[in-house]
Ligand binder design. Structure first.
Ligand SMILES: *Cc1c(COP(=O)(O)O)cnc(C)c1O
Length: 345
């Protein structure tokens, strides 16, 4: 079975060995305040800086999910309220979580702008030029959910103060860990707000990670596997080039080769199309049929999500997916629906 599900998604096959290493070496039984464990945290943070080109002055912490990051932004970095110009289901959920913590009573005083860089639900993205416009127009903090794009494409990290991603998408790892990146301005904001009411208050998290520790017992297996994946992957600029070429190929494929099929790209405007999640639309019946036929051919397509649940399927274009697998999926589509053999039965 091969999977194009955009999360949880295909993990790098090497992760099976990395997980076994973490157990065999005793890492998972190490006290998380021991020198051996702290070395792994330090090395993983260093690798994130080098492999993903995160500026040296930006801080990194590990938490458990992107959803947790939504709450951290609301509780520790938002003084009044936040703005959420969203275009899909994840952006909407983030707004709902945030507003339960900081109510949207006075939106004109909003001090944090929350952007989903890659909207996994419908395959759209806020590109760096658009993010630069937000940066120019908004004087408060900018927080970016980059769950389905971090480790897949390059960012201009300085265009936002907070970036986060859980690892079950472009990092090609099992769920249960998230990377939280924050700028000195974000830290200064957290200090000014002074919120220390939660186990995951950013100030506690920061104080612990400054010592390569965590406020609670961390997902040591996840951090170890992240370290090993980061050692294995090329620099983000190289991954970005591959992912963008593959995305362009998918978009051309659906516009040209599949022009006579019952399927159309969900997003018409090329400027906002995602590089890492390709959303394809069709009638409910056609979508249902193609997902089933693909499944029978050993290929899992991503279901639609939210408003687009029954009228789209999604194709993850994540780095762990091989060229060979992409070739198999293209071939499946080229032969779909199976052409009637010439000359009859
Ligand atoms: C998957 C996803 C999330 C949720 O991540 P969790 O790890 O389940 O919290 C949030 N935002 C986006 C854009 C996603 O794709």
């Amino acid at each position: 079975m091969i999977t194009f599900y955009p999360g949880p998604s295909k993990v790098y096959p090497q992760v099976a060995n990395y997980a076994a290493e973490a157990v065999r070496s005793g890492l998972v039984s190490l006290n998380h305040r021991s020198a051996g464990f702290m070395d792994i945290v330090r090395e993983t943070m260093q690798l994130l800086h080098t492999k993903l080109a995160i500026p040296d002055h930006y801080h990194i912490a590990f938490v458990s999910s992107a959803t947790e990051c939504w709450e951290i932004v609301a509780q520790s970095l938002t003084a009044e309220t936040s703005l959420h110009p969203y275009s899909g289901a994840f952006g909407q959920k983030w707004a709902e979580y945030a507003y339960r913590i900081k109510s949207p009573i006075n939106l004109t005083d909003a001090d944090v702008l929350c952007i989903v860089q890659n909207e996994t639900s419908n395959g759209t993205q806020v590109n760096m030029a658009a993010l630069a416009n937000f940066r120019n127009d908004f004087s408060g903090l900018i927080a970016v959910d980059a769950v389905s794009s971090m480790a897949g494409v390059t960012f201009d990290w300085t265009l936002a103060d907070v970036w986060f991603a859980s690892v079950q998408k472009c990092f090609g790892l099992p769920a249960g860990l998230a990377v939280l990146v924050y700028s000195p301005a974000a830290l200064a904001r957290a200090e000014a707000i002074g919120e220390r009411d939660h186990y995951n208050s950013l100030l506690f998290i920061h104080e612990n990670f400054a010592k390569f520790q965590t406020p609670y017992t961390p997902n040591g297996m996840g951090i170890y596997c992240l370290m090993r994946v980061l050692q294995q992957i090329p620099p983000i600029a190289d991954i970005d080039a591959i992912i963008k070429r593959q995305a362009a190929d998918w978009y051309n494929f659906f516009e040209q080769d599949m022009a006579n099929s019952p399927f159309r790209l969900l997003i018409d405007n090329p400027a906002v199309r995602s590089d890492t999640v390709i959303a394809v639309s069709g009638s409910e019946a056609d979508i249902k049929a193609v997902k089933l036929t693909a499944q029978q051919a050993g290929i899992t397509l991503g279901n639609g999500y939210g408003n687009w649940k029954n009228t789209t399927f999604r194709i993850a274009n994540f780095p762990a997916i091989s060229e060979e697998e992409i070739g198999r999926l293209r071939k499946f589509f080229v032969n779909y629906p199976t052409p009637t053999p010439k000359g009859g039965a």
